[in-house]
Ligand binder design. Structure first.
Ligand SMILES: [Zn+2]
Length: 748
């Protein structure tokens, strides 16, 4: 069996040459230049440095990472290198984002106070009083080393540095070959958490405290019933939920003085499985019930719970020096200017997010260093004349996630106007240990764009080349990093998923298509184990290639070189229709008709998206290739039996120009906050579960579809086609809530 399969694979790959394809969209010499220059190791070296910083929004750690990125792009020779500073004080709004004040911590220690005699391996009681270890008179001695001087028997070895070292093979065209107290006497202190050595242990937005209190286990800690029969006043609660989810109840209402949480990693098949993981913790930035939260592993929590259940008294001592303060959102940016001409003021942006806990290697040092590597490579190749300077300017943006992007687009509206498309990377380096699947994620249905077909064309080609290499050891473009994996990429072309900065760009306030390259799942996301060791340089190189090729193609796309889009459009259409047909099986009746009509219009809109890059004449010529007839034959809109809209389903809604941005942003929910003030109940749509999507998604898109032209029924139909049928009343209730909080207005 094994042998027979191998035989078939071999013959498919080699004999027929079926998988050996020429690269798409770009001339092969440009693809070869990118493939050759992009380095997974250079990206990973940068990642190893960024991953040492605890990069919380507005913090010293974030600042250090921002400085590092700025230093790199300057060294690479990019233009217009700047670190924008936007004040963030908890009061200023940037669109729908209430700025979150900066947060920094100096010290965070959690210790258990034990009576002498209880077992402990680790700590000795300091003899008496305080002990101070002072380091002074720090000096760096310099002794000459030149290869001649001897120091005893050591012949000094001359220093060695390297600036450049490249080895290349020159191939002939055509020849292809591949942060207390001293414990009272008789007591022992056992350290549980230490911010200085492992910053992830202190929940973000923790406030300063010096507390000695007993620990009470309250299970999850989010419901009143969790506290039944337990007195938590003046005590520290042990909870399985995130600190932010329990602070108002445990601290605000019941008087607890602090929180210890063993919240587990994000839900995937590996959830709760690894008891050594310590998850990144959060308190609510805007909660009036300020407190502190420490994060412990499931293993530590199990030990504490077991002793509490046996009746042991556990006394903890927490010392925290941390807090919010007015600060800035810092956003690093740099450009490769476009060629002189009419497109120079237009931009293609490479985006990522630079914040998160240490190490945050895959999420998201990986996206940062990968767009950094794209910056280095494009700048170098253009400088060397191996790539022509693109018509449009290429910009690189390194913000704190979502809040930084939304701040940038609101504070500097000219950015949103210039940007034609975005290549966003958030988690692009997960190696085999992370269990990651790499996705090329298309945009929301409210913003169709051919740009996603461009990204997928390159990804599919990388899939083919990398598989061919893995299967046979031979490929023209294996895109393998010497320190990396040799396995195939196996990228997936995926329907829109939310959760990063691409949601901001594609929101109806901005309407900028964003190619989203992302890993999911990742069993170490937002934990202390999201470390550099799990990052695969080969994957960084491949993500860099897909991003660079797509971004470069879009930056240079003009009437004169639009020809390759004919075939791309054709392929994209068949792919979309094929997916639409598979989902259609789950529908019946009027939803079916609506679905058909929606997908037909979607194809038209993908064609129209070319107008942002090409002249009308060329766009219309290319649109002919969309051939709506295919949708007509398989999903015939003429056969649609649509209910005749009447009454309130005819009401149209239009988005106001302000505030700009999605309603649920980072650490802040505009709708929730404003609904309270306006006396509006939480719309039921937010908790709706549809066939292919949840409340958050329906809400995001219902707002995006409210363009003043669509009626309530049409908005309902559109979100039903995208995420599965939803009752009109739920959509109407949501839209009306948005009118009450001033985001939408009703139009006649
Ligand atoms: Zn992320």
């Amino acid at each position: 069996m094994k042998r027979m399969c191998l035989g078939i694979v071999t013959s498919l790959l080699l004999d027929g040459g079926i998988l050996a394809q020429k690269p798409p969209l770009l001339p092969e010499k440009e693809v070869r230049a990118l493939a050759n220059e992009l380095s997974g190791e250079t990206a990973k070296r940068n990642l190893e440095v960024i991953a040492t910083s605890h990069r919380q929004r507005g913090s010293q750690g974030f600042h250090a990472a921002a400085e590092l990125v700025a230093e790199r792009v300057r060294a690479y020779g990019l233009s217009n290198v700047e670190i924008f500073e936007f004040p963030a004080d908890g009061k200023i709004f940037y669109g729908t984002q209430r700025s979150r004040p900066a947060w920094d911590a100096e010290l965070g220690e959690l210790s258990e106070l034990r009576h002498r005699g209880l077992p402990s391996k680790d700590r000795k009681i300091p003899a008496e009083g305080e002990q101070t270890i002072r380091l002074c008179d720090v000096e760096i001695f310099e002794f000459p080393a030149d290869g001649k001087i001897f120091y005893g028997t050591q012949r000094s070895r001359p220093a060695w540095d390297a600036e450049l070292g490249e080895l290349s093979e020159l191939r002939h065209r055509g020849l292809l070959s591949k942060d207390r107290k001293i414990p009272a006497e008789g007591e022992q202190t056992i350290r549980l958490c230490d911010y200085a050595s492992e910053p992830v242990v202190l929940a973000e937005d923790s406030e300063s405290a010096e507390v000695t209190a007993d620990l009470v286990d309250v299970g999850e800690g989010t419901k009143e019933s969790d506290y039944a029969g337990k007195d938590v006043k003046g005590r520290i609660v042990l909870v399985s939920a995130q600190p932010g989810a329990v602070e108002d109840l445990a601290v605000g209402k019941l008087g607890a003085v602090g929180i210890v949480s063993y919240a587990q990693n994000q839900k995937t098949a590996w959830w709760g499985e690894d008891e050594n993981l310590i998850r990144w913790g959060h308190l609510e930035t805007f909660s009036p019930n300020k407190t502190f939260g420490f994060m412990v592993s499931l293993k530590t929590a199990r030990g504490l719970r077991e002793r509490l259940h046996k009746g042991d008294k556990i006394t903890l001592e927490a010392v925290v020096k941390a807090g919010q303060h007015p600060g800035n959102y810092e956003v690093v940016t740099a450009t490769i200017p476009g060629a002189e001409g009419k497109f120079k003021e237009e931009e293609i942006a490479f985006s990522c997010h630079l914040d998160h806990q240490r190490p945050g290697a895959n999420d998201n040092a990986s996206g940062c260093v990968t767009i950094l590597e794209v910056a280095r490579t494009l700048q170098k190749l253009i400088g060397e004349g191996k790539l022509e300077r693109p018509a449009r300017t290429i910009r690189f943006i390194f913000p704190p996630e979502i809040e930084g992007t939304l701040t940038l687009l609101n504070a500097k509206p000219e950015f949103a106007k210039r940007t034609k498309a975005v290549v966003h990377m958030d988690m692009v380096g997960g190696g085999a240990e992370t269990k990651a699947v790499f996705h090329v994620t298309r945009g929301p249905m409210s913003l169709p764009s051919f740009a996603h077909d461009v990204a997928w064309a390159f990804a599919e080609w990388v899939n083919q080349e990398s598989y061919q290499f893995a299967a046979t050891g031979r490929a023209d473009y294996p895109l393998v990093a010497p320190e990396g994996d040799k396995g195939p990429l196996r990228a997936e072309y995926s329907a829109y998923t939310m959760g990063s900065d691409h949601d901001v760009y594609q929101d109806s306030s901005f309407r900028i298509p964003a190619i989203y390259l992302n890993d999911w799942p990742d069993r170490y996301i937002h934990t202390n184990f999201d470390s550099a060791a799990n990052i695969d340089p080969t994957k960084l190189k491949r993500a860099a290639f897909i991003g660079a090729a797509s971004g470069y193609f879009l930056a240079n796309l003009q009437d004169a070189n639009a020809e390759p889009l004919k075939e791309l459009n054709e392929q994209g259409r068949y792919r979309r229709v094929s997916r639409a047909l598979i989902r259609r099986e789950a529908l019946r009746d009027e939803n079916l008709a609506n679905y058909t009509q929606f997908w037909t219009r979607e194809e038209q809109a993908v064609g129209d998206s070319l107008l942002a890059f090409l002249s009308r004449g060329i766009t219309e010529g290319l649109q002919a290739y969309y051939g709506v007839s295919l949708m007509g034959n398989s999903l015939n809109p003429l056969k649609a039996l649509r209910p005749i809209p009447r009454g309130e389903d005819l009401i149209r809604f239009q988005r106001k120009t302000e505030p700009k941005g999605p309603l649920a942003v980072f650490g802040y929910d505009y709708l929730e906050d404003h609904a309270k003030a306006a006396g509006v109940a939480t719309p039921k749509l937010l908790n709706y579960e549809g066939l292919w999507g949840g409340g958050e998604e329906y809400a995001y898109e219902a707002l995006n579809f409210a363009d003043g032209k669509r009626s309530a029924q049409e908005i309902r139909d559109a979100v039903s086609a995208e995420y599965g049928p939803v009752p009109l009343e739920l959509v109407l209730e949501y839209l009306r809530a948005l009118v009450k909080i001033g985001v939408l207005e009703q139009v006649k």
